[in-house]
Write a protein that binds this ligand. Sequence first.
Ligand code: HEC
Ligand code: HEC
Length: 141
Amino acid sequence: MAGMATAVVVCAAAASPGKLRGPGARNVRLETAIPADREFKNLKVLPKDISSKMLQQIMIDEFEDGLGVGCGFCHAPFKGSDKLDYVSDAKSEKSIARSMMRMTLLVNKKYFQARHPQIGTPALVVTCTTCHHGQPRPSSE
Ligand code: HEC
Ligand code: HEC
């Protein structure tokens, strides 16, 4: 199971750099495997019991592709290392992403009558991509 989840991310990451655009594309990393050997430790918006597969789908399809950035745009590296510490909240982009997630859920619930909106599900009418269209800052287009 752990090995399988890792393989899925590596494939998706290998396939995505060509699609990445914008300033964040510089931060693209190929070793984007989500550690599948442990529980997710610092989820404040997503459900704590989310599956690795669903989390990967959100990080890659919604966040990376939606904003045209790599994992390192939101996730800081471990001190003195190239590896990303996905649990860390050191980068402000990660906190901004969390408030964007809350805003997106609220818009869907309040204005589009989505009953149980969850990031990364078809229940969402408005997604990150609706505004971002592959850009980290839609306001400066
Ligand atoms: C636009 C910002 C953004 C991008 C890009 C992004 N992430 Fe995340 N990631 C987040 C946020 C925000 C959370 C925390 C969500 C929450 O609090 O519910 C998170 C959480 C995670 C976690 C869970 C860590 C834990 O244990 O709490 C992993 C693993 C992760 N991301 C991996 C990735 C990978 C791999 C990529 C690239 C394929 C990626 N992320 C790209 C914003 C981002
Ligand atoms: C209603 C439109 C809208 C939606 C939906 C939206 N965003 Fe944003 N987002 C913006 C705008 C506009 C900005 C730029 C704000 C600025 O320039 O100061 C922004 C900025 C950001 C930034 C900061 C980028 C930077 O360069 O500092 C992040 C990270 C981000 N959004 C993540 C997300 C994520 C993740 C989602 C989906 C969960 C999302 N956004 C959904 C409109 C939106």
